[in-house]
Design a protein around this ligand. Structure first.
Ligand code: PLP
Length: 391
């Protein structure tokens, strides 16, 4: 009999991939499935970025690159952070990753072990809790509530810090809620963290460019007093519709960048070279595609929020960023999981139960509006038809 390592039993998953598989299986049986489950832009990667990737392959960039990424790309990331976010970083502290998810794993592996506590948002991206549990560390949920627009209160976060806290994970704009933490609250958190020099911060800013109503993104690297312990996670996946390229960037405090690179050498060696060249083109080329994708998401947000709020037993706060709506469905009388199953099986609409993002997501459903207005309208119309029978 094969005996897996005990830690494997602690590893969770990302339900979005299971729902995607089920939706695809139903579609293969001829069912008309509308997918509001998976969180990826439905746009193509802009042509000039694709061309740069193809050119890199034609030019013979077929080999390993430095583990932390090609220097030109790390410089491009540093220049982009300076131009767009007003933060100065040393290109040597930038580590290119095969997606933002790997930055998350590396940060959690670096600090997680039995006895350590790691604070993470709940509801939040499910891999935080999965990775924390895998390391044997204790996951400490930072509760996000609808009343607060799914933004944390700095005081509540700070009150949860103990001498055993090793890492605090924050995520704004957030998955699955679309919540955006106001700059004033980030300022308060940063000021409060000065009292706890033993706590590192992983700031997941993968949705930094998908913000609505003219909001500006606040990068958590912008607090000089914390620069020796903030790890930045960002990347190309969501901003440039590049989820399948597997490309992300991270910025590490000087004292940690060698450890991050060593983890890279031990796991993936380096990110595939052509994707890295495409990444340079994305950062340095025209940004109009980013603006038009955001404008499309803004229009869809309006449609999805308005129509959800007309459904019986459902209410939905307006998300400030990302491309997710996180309606409260407790008025339907169904659990999140039951509603997710009924919507997919009975109505052909793929959504994700709030509980897939942590226990505190019970009573909520995540709908990704990275889909056309037409499909969103069709999906909500199907829900409107089915819900009165369920409520
Ligand atoms: N962080 C959050 C909050 C996400 O929602 C996702 C992807 O859905 C990631 C990180 C991972 O992004 P990537 O595809 O670049 O690994």
């Amino acid at each position: 009999m094969l005996i897996q390592a005990a830690a494997m039993a602690n590893l969770g998953t990302e339900t979005a991939f299971d729902v995607l598989a089920r939706a695809q299986a139903l579609a293969a049986q001829g069912r008309d499935i509308i997918n509001l489950g998976i969180g990826q832009p439905d746009f193509r990667t802009p042509d000039h970025i694709v061309e740069a990737g193809v050119k890199a392959l034609r030019d013979g960039h077929h080999g390993y690159t430095p583990a932390g990424g090609i220097p030109a790309l790390r410089q491009a990331v540093a220049a982009d952070l300076a131009d767009r976010q007003g933060v100065t970083v040393d290109p040597d502290d930038v580590v290119i990753m095969p997606g933002g998810k790997v930055t998350m794993w590396f940060a959690i592996l670096m600090f997680g072990q039995p006895g350590a506590e790691i604070l993470y948002p709940n509801p939040g991206f499910p891999i935080y809790e999965s990775a924390i549990r895998f390391t044997g560390a204790t996951p400490v949920p930072v509760r996000l509530t609808e009343e607060n627009g799914f933004a944390f209160s700095a005081d509540e976060v700070l009150a949860q810090i103990t001498p055993r806290t090793r890492l605090l994970i924050i995520n704004s704009p957030a998955n699955p809620t679309g919540g955006v933490v106001p700059k004033a609250e980030l300022d308060r958190l940063a000021a409060g963290l000065e009292r706890f020099p033993h706590v590192a911060v992983l700031s997941d800013e993968i949705y930094s460019r998908i913000l609505y109503d003219g909001q500006e993104h606040s990068c958590f690297l912008s607090y000089p007093a914390l620069r020796d312990r903030v790890i930045l996670l960002d990347g190309w996946s969501k901003t440039y519709a590049m989820t399948g390229w597997r490309l992300g960037w991270s910025v590490w405090p000087k004292a940690l960048r060698e450890a991050a690179t060593r983890l890279a050498v031990n796991s993936h060696s380096c990110v595939n070279a052509s994707a890295q060249y495409a990444g340079i083109a994305a950062l340095q080329g025209p940004q109009d595609a980013v603006a038009s994708m955001c404008a499309a998401f803004a229009e869809r947000r309006r449609v999805v929020v308005d129509s959800l709020n007309r459904l019986p037993g459902v209410r939905c706060v307006e998300p400030g960023g990302a491309f997710y709506a996180f309606p409260n469905i407790s008025g339907t009388g169904l659990s999140s999981k039951e509603l997710q199953t009924r919507l997919l099986d009975d109505c052909g609409v793929a959504t994700i139960a709030g509980t897939s993002f942590g226990a505190m997501g019970e009573g909520f459903l995540r709908l990704s509006y990275a889909n056309s207005v037409e499909n969103i309208e069709r999906a909500v119309a199907r829900m409107a038809e089915a819900l009165p029978e369920l409520v």
